[in-house]
Structures are given as structure tokens and as C-alpha cells.
Design a protein around this ligand. Structure first.
Ligand code: FAD
Ligand code: SF4
Length: 510
């Protein structure tokens, strides 16, 4: 074959992909493969599998419509060799291409396997990100711990987003996070969501996933997500019109039965390449300049995308593979079974796990302060927590899931990514949600039989990690409160915490 073989992975579905930039449709071949290894190395939510396979198949069609020859290996193709490296070798042997072109992957494990596949590959930097792996490494060089806030300022300067002509930030401050924590109040509801009906391709994939992955947790039915760039555009336009204005105010709010509130719901589409992050941020800035949305909404959104999203990716590539094994707090407890079923009496966890199993979605604060906070307080092994997050969320890919879970949530990197553990008692959930209203536990009690388990677990966490955490200036207030408590109160909290953890270990329902 005279042309190049261009391998396109399931999270690289963009016509602007670096390794497709000089594609010559007369001679080149694009290879795409659904492989068992990627579909089952953790038990991915069935809707996540449907999303990725359907989006891949639609992307292959979009390339074919442009006259490109695509070799597409379906999961149930009898010749399928089961892994990306094996498929690449098979097609190189068969086609004998002049070169093999590939964009950097999103998963260290996959990139390693392809680099060791024995095939000579021309690698391209992933230009969908604003900060390259090398640029991030230069920024991080010599720093013992990193802070997103300083990285974010650099990114604002580099992109020019929300900057005045003299280079200072619009609004006079870089970060308006303090304005983004409004509690939900009574009867807060987000806008109606656009629907995306399954077409023939998606229905075929749903049948495949039902056949092959019946044992995976999560609901297969009810899939309602964009699988093409055009559909993703419709979801995005809807967010700009109906979600963004209140996104800032209610970013941290949680309401039973309202999984999305004013969140964009675009992360999965963004992560597989159906949307371009730079353009989204430019459009958000324009919405603010036109007076359609307040500054705390625009800044809050842009911070998530050019700040957090780029920051966690930089950390991932800088720290892998060692990062995945970190366990700085020495956790040893297994992930409770209710994470897979939602069967718990704690209403906050039941709501968030329930909606996760239903939609493969939870917003940031639900992931961090409900399922995450419990895992942190209970001392669950970080790697088991990471595997759960990687499996159950539609948008979960290793580069973004791992630093968020292991670093931000579990503090398992010893504070490299974030300055303090995001630990909280039930009071945080009472303030930011309406979950406590429907709970059998009493959120204002700590040591009684029906007291909110998170209260005693919170103090138990602080007590058992006093040695490593009490000097952290951002934990000072919490430890001061502990010091002001009577000995008998501290003793009662410790005993209740011990009892709850023993019940958890015995598999009893909390
Ligand atoms: P919105 O709230 O509307 O935010 C807009 C966009 O900002 C998101 O689509 C996303 O692209 C970006 N963003 C916001 N916060 C982050 C963040 N911390 N890191 C990276 N991007 C961010 N996001 C993923 O895309 N994949 C993951 O696997 C993932 N795992 C997470 C695990 C934990 C423990 C936590 C606390 C957060 C995780 N996040 C992950 C970040 C965040 O929860 C999701 O991006 C967000 O909930 C997606 O919903 P949305 O599109 O409605 O986001
Ligand atoms: Fe969650 Fe405690 Fe509130 Fe129940 S009382 S919903 S367990 S925070």
C-alpha cells in the first residue's frame, strides 16, 4: 500500500485530529477497532460502551462520506484479535503501509502497549489540548506540589480568555469560585434536556452490548446521548441558551431527581472529540461579553475547561505510571458492595449512585462530596475507588478520571494535586442538597443510633490522620474544633466511627 495507515482510537473522533491532518484519501487507510480488552478491563457501564461504539461507528461513516477508506473492526468480527496492539499488527501485516500514524492516547496503558507493539509508529501530539505534555512538564519542573490556580492563570494569559487589554482578569480577580456555591433552596430545577433518539447504528450497538456485557452494572435502556458531532453541537447550543446563565450560581448544588441541574453534560462528547474545548470557551466568553450570562458563570465554566481539565491531564502524563499506585493515607478497606447496586439507607449515596447507574452521569460535586467523600472518610483503597469511577461514568477515561479520583478525591498522592482532602460531615450535604430531607438518618446528630454516619466518620477520619494532616493550614479550623471538644465527646465520636467501619467491613447495610 502506498499510503499511510492511520489508527483512530475510540476517544479520538475528531476530523481535526493531528494524525488525520494530512490524510490523503486516495492512498491512506483509517483503521478503527472495537476490542474486548478496552471494553472489559474494568466493567464499564453499558451506556458508556454504547456511547463509545456508536460514536466510533458514526465517525467511520463520516469519514467514508468524505471518500476515506476505513477498515472498521467490530467487536464481534470473528477475526478480531481482542487488543489494539494485536489489531494494529494484523493490519500492518495485511496492508504493508508506507507509515503508521497515531495521535497520543488518553491512557498510559494503551500508549505503552502500542509503543511496545513492534510496529514503527509516527506519533502526533494531541492538539485538542491547549497545554502539551511537554509544556506542562516545563511549568511543573522544580515544584514539589502543584496548584491548579497558578496553572489556570497561565492558561488564561496564554489563551487571552476573559482578559482585559492590559492583561489583567475581567472582574478584577482570576477566580470567582466563592460566587459559585449557592445552595439549591426549595424546588430548584434545571432546564428540560434535549433528547437524542437511538438510530439504527445505536440500536445495533445496544443489542451487541446487551449480548456481550450483560454482567456489567448500570442500566442499558434509556440511552439518550449525542453520538455525532452534529448532535453534540445541539447539546452544546442548548446549554448556552438554557444552562450557562445559572451554571455559576448552582455549580455545587444537588437536588434529588435532578441529575443535571445547570450542568452542560458535555464531558463525554468533549473527551471523545465530538466537541472542541477551545471553541466552547470562546463562545462562553462571547455570551458574557454580549451580556447574556453573568461573569461568575462564564469564568466558572472556562476555569473547569482550560484550568482543571488541562491541569489533571498534565499531572497524569507527568506522573504515570507510578501515580496510579499511590496510597498516601495507607487505606486498606474494600469498596463497599453498595457502590455497584445503590442499596444503602444513606439517601445522599442512594441518590447519586442511583442516578449514576441510571444515566452514567453525576456532576462534579456529587462525585467529589457524596460518593467521593464517603470513600475518603471510610478509608477505601484508592485503586478500587478509581476502578469504580472509571467504570461507571460515561466520560471516564484514565487521563482525567485518575488524577481527579486518586489525587483530588482520595488525597492518595499526598497533596501533590490539591492542597487538602475534601472531607466533610453531613452538614455540607445538608447545606448543598435536599438529600437529608428524605433520609432515615438524622443529619444534626453524630453519635446516636440513627445519627448521620458521615458525621462520626468525618471526625474519625480527622482523628486517625491527625499526625499527617493537623499541620496543614487549610485543615486548621477543623482541628481547632476537635481540640475544643470534651474528651467524652471525642471518645463517643471515635467509638461510633469504629462501629460504623466494623459494620461496613462485615457487609452490613449502612
Ligand atoms: P460541567 O459541570 O458542566 O463542567 C463543564 C466541563 O468542565 C466538563 O464537561 C468537563 O469537561 C470540565 N471539567 C469540570 N471539572 C473538571 C475536572 N475536575 N476535571 C476535568 N474536567 C473538568 N471528568 C471527566 O471528564 N471524566 C472523568 O472521568 C471524571 N472523573 C471525575 C472523578 C471525580 C472523583 C471527580 C471529583 C471529578 C471527575 N470529573 C471527570 C470531573 C467532573 O466531575 C466532570 O467533568 C463533570 O461532572 C462532567 O459533567 P458536565 O459535562 O455536566 O460538566
Ligand atoms: Fe446523607 Fe447524612 Fe444527609 Fe442522610 S443525613 S442524606 S446520610 S448527609
Amino acid at each position: 500500500m502506498r499510503g499511510a495507515l492511520r489508527l483512530v482510537l475510540g476517544d479520538q473522533l475528531s476530523l481535526q485530529l493531528a494524525s488525520l491532518a494530512d490524510l490523503d484519501a486516495r492512498h491512506d487507510v483509517v483503521l478503527m477497532a472495537e476490542v474486548a480488552e478496552e471494553a472489559s478491563h474494568v466493567p464499564h457501564h453499558p451506556q458508556k460502551l454504547v456511547f463509545i461504539f456508536s460514536a466510533m461507528r458514526h465517525f467511520a461513516e463520516a469519514l467514508r462520506a468524505r471518500g476515506v477508506r476505513v477498515e472498521y473492526v467490530a467487536l464481534d468480527d470473528p477475526d478480531n484479535r481482542g487488543s489494539l496492539a494485536a489489531e494494529l499488527r494484523r493490519w500492518v501485516e495485511r496492508l504493508q503501509p508506507a507509515s503508521v500514524q497515531l495521535t497520543e492516547t488518553g491512557d498510559w496503558r494503551v500508549e505503552q502497549a502500542l509503543r511496545e507493539s513492534g510496529v514503527a509508529i509516527t506519533w502526533h501530539a494531541d492538539t485538542r489540548f491547549i497545554c502539551s505534555r511537554q509544556a506542562f512538564a516545563r511549568w511543573a519542573a522544580g515544584k514539589r506540589t502543584l496548584r491548579m490556580e497558578f496553572f489556570y492563570r497561565e492558561m488564561r494569559k496564554r489563551t487571552g480568555l476573559l482578559l482585559r487589554a492590559d492583561g489583567t482578569p475581567e472582574g478584577g480577580v482570576w477566580n470567582l469560585d466563592a460566587d459559585n456555591r449557592k445552595p439549591p433552596g426549595r424546588a430548584l430545577a434545571g432546564p428540560l434536556q434535549p433528547r437524542f433518539a437511538a438510530d439504527a447504528i445505536t440500536r445495533e450497538v445496544q443489542a451487541l452490548v446487551a449480548r456481550r456485557f450483560a454482567a456489567h452494572y448500570g442500566r442499558l435502556e434509556g440511552f439518550d446521548y449525542p453520538v455525532t458531532a452534529e448532535e453534540a453541537e445541539r447539546l452544546w447550543a442548548h446549554f448556552l441558551d438554557f444552562g450557562l446563565a445559572a451554571f455559576g450560581d448552582y455549580q455545587d448544588a444537588m437536588v434529588a431527581g435532578e441529575p443535571y441541574l445547570f450542568h452542560a453534560r458535555i464531558s463525554a462528547a468533549l473527551n471523545v472529540g465530538l466537541l472542541d474545548p477551545r471553541r466552547l470557551c470562546v463562545e462562553v466568553e462571547a455570551a458574557w461579553r454580549d451580556g447574556r450570562v453573568p461573569l461568575n458563570a462564564a469564568e466558572g465554566f472556562i476555569r473547569q475547561v482550560i484550568g482543571w481539565r488541562e491541569y489533571v491531564r498534565g499531572i497524569y502524563w507527568l506522573q504515570m505510571p507510578g501515580y496510579a499506585t499511590r496510597n498516601a493515607l495507607g487505606n486498606r478497606r474494600a469498596l463497599p458492595a453498595f457502590y455497584w447496586t445503590g442499596q444503602t439507607r444513606m439517601n445522599c449515596l442512594r441518590q447519586v449512585i442511583g442516578q449514576t447507574l441510571e444515566h452514567a452521569y453525576a456532576h462534579h460535586i456529587q462525585r467529589l462530596m457524596v460518593t467521593g467523600n464517603f470513600a475518603l472518610l471510610a478509608g477505601i483503597v484508592p485503586q478500587q475507588v478509581c476502578d469504580w469511577y472509571l467504570a461507571v461514568y460515561m466520560d471516564a477515561f484514565d487521563w482525567v478520571e485518575l488524577p481527579n479520583t486518586l489525587g483530588m478525591l482520595m488525597h492518595a498522592d499526598g497533596g501533590y494535586l490539591g492542597s487538602k482532602p475534601y472531607c466533610a460531615s453531613g452538614q455540607y450535604i445538608r447545606r448543598m442538597s435536599n438529600y437529608c430531607e428524605g433520609c432515615v438518618y438524622k443529619v444534626n446528630e453524630s453519635t446516636t443510633e440513627d445519627a448521620c454516619p458521615l458525621n462520626a466518620l468525618y471526625w474519625h477520619f480527622l482523628l486517625r490522620h491527625r499526625e499527617s494532616l493537623h499541620k496543614n493550614p487549610r485543615m486548621r479550623m477543623s482541628y481547632l474544633s476537635l481540640e475544643r471538644m470534651s474528651e467524652s465527646k471525642v471518645e463517643a465520636l471515635w467509638l461510633r466511627g469504629e462501629q460504623l467501619l466494623a459494620w461496613l467491613d462485615a457487609g452490613e447495610q449502612l
